[in-house]
Every structure is written in structure tokens, then in C-alpha cells.
Design a protein around this ligand. Structure first.
Ligand code: FNR
Length: 183
């Protein structure tokens, strides 16, 4: 069985982030032939095209971690009906210098949880637009728009009883799709 590494990019820097919890709970459901690489984005500088030819250590690390992965998992909150700036900043860093994007061709899935009932639907739609222009294929369905309610996660950091079966089937669908689309 071939092993795959999936780079996990979480769009929240908040210490008690629900999206960080969502990423953790989803990773737990994966089988052993998948490994996950958490991509650190909190220490990236604001993207500045002047620095393309002298990237700092944090940018070099981001680029190396994504390059070494065969798939991508974006787990993001919705900020003001779009993706958080920290996430867009990380995507921009990985996309440059021109012609040297680390994202191109890597199959991606999207997850998100918010406190609002729309459950990050608009942020995910914006993210799909951004990724399309970077030649990142995104899994269309099943979509996951979660509202943070009591019991979504259990005390142990896994999914609660109401969401476990749905998320397990989503993970299985994603992994089958990843195998089909990864190099
Ligand atoms: C939000 N939140 C939010 N929620 C939503 O459903 N739609 C939105 O457009 C926004 N906009 C928004 C903007 C900003 C600047 C903040 C800080 C928050 C609320 C958001 O869902 C909530 O803060 C989540 O807890 C953020 O995710 P993490 O940090 O818990 O992963």
C-alpha cells in the first residue's frame, strides 16, 4: 500500500480554535497509510513580492513541507464572508516566485466550522476560486459546513456521536479521491 502525506493548513491562529479541533478530529479518522503534516502559518511575514528572491526561513519551511506532500487539506473558519487573511497570506507565499508555485496539481479537500449557521460555506467558495487559479483540484462533494454546537466534539477531542458517522464517511471519500488524483 502506497503511503501519502497530506499537508494540513488551518486558517485560524486562535489558541482554542474550533477549526484546529476539527482538523485534529478528522486526522484521527484516517488509516495508517496516510500521514499528516501540520503546516505552520502563524510565523509567516506578510507577503511582499520584493522578497521573492530571498525568502525567510518560515517561507522556505512552508514551501518544503507542501512540496513534500501529495495532498492538501484546508480547514478554515469564515471571516467576514471570506477566508482569513492569514490563510490567504500563506497561499500567496506558496504561490511565488511566478512559475514556482508549490500548490499546483496537489489535490485538496476543504473543511470548516464556524459559529454561524452558514458553517463557512462562503469562505469555502472563495477558497475554491483561489485554488482554481493555482491549478489545485478541489474535491467537490461531499461538502462539510459545520456549525459549532455543543457536542460537535467529544471531551476527548474526537467527533461527537451526532457527527462521527458523517465525518468518517467524508474521510473515506476524501482518501479514495486523493488516491485517484495524487501523482
Ligand atoms: C468571524 N466569525 C464569522 N462566522 C461566520 O460564520 N461567518 C463570518 O463571516 C464570520 N466573520 C468573522 C470575522 C472575524 C474577524 C472573526 C474573528 C470571526 C465567527 C467565527 O465563526 C468564529 O470566531 C470561529 O470560532 C472562528 O474559528 P476558530 O478560530 O474557532 O477556528
Amino acid at each position: 500500500m502506497q503511503n501519502y502525506q497530506v499537508a494540513v493548513i488551518v486558517g485560524s491562529l486562535r489558541r482554542a480554535s474550533f477549526n484546529q479541533q476539527l482538523a485534529g478530529a478528522a486526522m484521527r479518522l484516517a488509516p495508517s497509510w496516510i500521514s499528516f503534516k501540520a503546516i505552520e502559518i502563524g510565523d509567516l511575514p506578510l507577503y511582499n513580492q520584493d522578497d521573492d528572491d530571498r525568502p525567510c526561513a518560515a517561507v522556505r519551511r512552508l514551501r518544503a513541507d507542501v512540496k513534500a506532500s501529495q495532498g492538501l487539506l484546508f480547514v478554515t473558519p469564515e471571516y467576514n464572508r471570506s477566508i482569513p487573511g492569514v490563510l490567504k497570506n500563506a497561499i500567496d507565499h506558496g504561490s511565488r516566485p511566478y512559475g514556482e508555485s508549490v500548490w499546483a496539481g496537489k489535490p485538496a479537500a476543504l473543511l470548516g466550522v464556524s459559529v454561524g449557521a452558514a458553517g463557512t460555506a462562503l469562505a469555502q467558495q472563495h477558497l475554491r476560486n483561489v485554488l482554481a487559479c493555482l491549478d489545485v483540484p478541489t474535491m467537490g462533494v461531499p461538502e462539510v459546513f459545520l456549525q459549532h454546537t455543543a457536542g460537535l466534539f467529544d471531551a476527548d477531542g474526537g467527533f461527537g456521536a451526532g457527527s462521527l458517522a458523517f465525518m468518517q464517511s467524508w474521510v473515506e471519500h476524501y482518501l479514495a479521491w486523493l488516491k485517484k488524483h495524487a501523482d
